[in-house]
Design a protein around this ligand. Sequence first.
Ligand code: NAG
Ligand code: NAG
Ligand code: NAG
Ligand code: NAG
Length: 619
Amino acid sequence: MMEGGEPMGRRQVTTATAAPRRYNMLFLILLLLPLLRQARAKVTNECQFPAAWSGRWFILGKEGPIITNTSHFLDRTCISKVEDTYLTHDENPETGSCYRCMIFTERDVNVIQYRESYCQPEPDLNAACAGVGADDILYSMFRLDGRPIDCPFAGPPFSFSYNRGHGECKALENQAESCTDGSKLLLKYQACADIKGAESSREELQCLATWKDGRNMFLVGTIKPADRDMPFSVDTFRCFLYEKVHHNGKIGYLISQSGDPSCTGLTSVTEGAKTFNFTKEDKEHVRCKYPSWVTQHHDWHFLDGSRNYHFTSGNSTLKVSYRNGGNEVMREEKVVCHNLEKIHPKDDSEGLKVKLVAHVTSGCDTGYVCMIFHKRDNHVIEVQQSSQKMTMPHEACSLDDPVKQPHMTLITSSLHKRSCPKPGRYTVMDLMHVPQLKQARRMRRKRYAVSTGRSQSHWKEDSNEAGDPSDDCQNADVQIGCSSSGQNEMIIQESCKKNDIVSAYSCHGSWEEAGTWYTIVSRNRSATAERETLCVAMRLTEGNIKMGRVEQQELWLSRPTNLCQRAVSSSQWTYKLTNQGVCEDLTRAASSSGSTSLLMRVSVALSVGVTLFSAILSR
Ligand SMILES: *[C@@H]1O[C@H](CO)[C@@H](O)[C@H](O)[C@H]1NC(C)=O
Ligand SMILES: *[C@@H]1O[C@H](CO)[C@@H](O)[C@H](O)[C@H]1NC(C)=O
Ligand SMILES: *[C@@H]1O[C@H](CO)[C@@H](O)[C@H](O)[C@H]1NC(C)=O
Ligand SMILES: *[C@@H]1O[C@H](CO)[C@@H](O)[C@H](O)[C@H]1NC(C)=O
């Protein structure tokens, strides 16, 4: 019965339908189903298109997307085949029954090319194929959702000249640069004033397929403007013919590009809708290394963890990852040290400041930036970076000096305790500015919301005006370096109506710039058991002599933030404090505070918002 196959199956079914007993019939059908299926498969198996060709495709001039499977190709079925030559059949109102010869060449998983004959009335493979030759149109099919491949041009960056058919633009700034994704190449075109169509622009090439046909090397990819996010379009497919060459010992490529989404008409690397002459750039970064006080730790990060700097082996490549609130990596940049810049000896007597040019690759956005590294402590550095990426290395520091750019403070994951600057006991005394508090606080809140990119409403959630527990705080004591032997703790105690708020910070390295001390501090957030690292700025005012007596010397303390902000404006100082004396000398300080003794007298003006500070501390 198993061997009987199809004919026997039919006979059985006939018998079964004739039988009156339905159970019997059902049983027989169930029994025969596998056989029937096998029989049908046998018929279609005879001629099939390769399964690897199934998918969604684009062919110039044919309405798409073209969906193919093993039984249908361009709505044609396979009748017979010999190797890559197929006899296909289709029916349509115009041509009626149509037999065709199709000769396929699979170039790559993402590209198939074919030639085809006209319609024939008879299913005769040899007759249909007799008329197909090299003069017939070679159709190119591009896979629509194909996986990209690495581009075949070894070792970008390249400088290039290009020609859109109106003359060659040879500007040195025409650059082909690598992207973080190896399947992409960024083409930066400079304008050539006297050449039509040679305008400044940036294009992104993504490579999809390569193949060799005799001597000719082909590439298929997509080309789209680099500066705009554009949805995929089949109009971006382009075919390239390329050849590796040597220009005076330098590797280069001659490339021609098709004018439409096909490979038709590409016959020479020097003729095409657009031609390129790539020359490999001599951009050796190897001699440039980041300073050893930076690379001695492989990982550095922002105080709030939103950015991570990782040095890879060799000490010349830096990977910067940008993280969102949920600690996911949003974006990565590769920053390769290119050359060290000289700085004035006066500017850096101890080697604590290094200026360099680095090549940055961020997706397909590449260029040179100028960076300044400042050593603050073994575990604290600061980086300033120019705001724009330049095309040429020499432009980076000369056209966009980063001295005015914000300082990005970076720390290592383990910090060591260090003594805090300006040790002593301080207190807030003068509350005469209190009426202005609310206004100032509101203003600052707004600014905070803007500067951190938070929405106003989000900020309000954190500390809404009515429910702010620190509104009632009237006084504060600050002890710097008094509570531990290493002088490495800072305690802020606020006396509030409801209860006292005490915040304890550890100091981890500080430095002085133009009279202001910046200190990296950390505290244990009791609620989450997570450590928080912040930066505090302090400034001690000069004690002026006025009307015969020494004016009270004041310590200004900024609210701790996750940036070491420069040029702190008066509204950003949270406390104005006066010194109560050195840590060990409490009683003397207290007793002398009422007199005009040599000890600095306490006269603290609360400049702006104890309340905001406390709100931050208590969060
Ligand atoms: C193949 O595609 C045709 C239409 O192009 C469709 O009718 C047929 O069912 C498909 N076959 C398979 C096995 O998916
Ligand atoms: C390509 O550029 C190189 C170097 O600029 C030059 O020597 C060579 O002749 C150019 N080749 C063509 C075909 O233009
Ligand atoms: C990288 O720098 C560190 C610290 O200066 C040094 O110990 C290490 O040997 C360097 N690695 C290489 C490969 O130069
Ligand atoms: C925070 O906790 C760590 C260990 O749990 C401790 O060493 C450190 O002193 C604490 N810091 C402060 C400021 O209390």
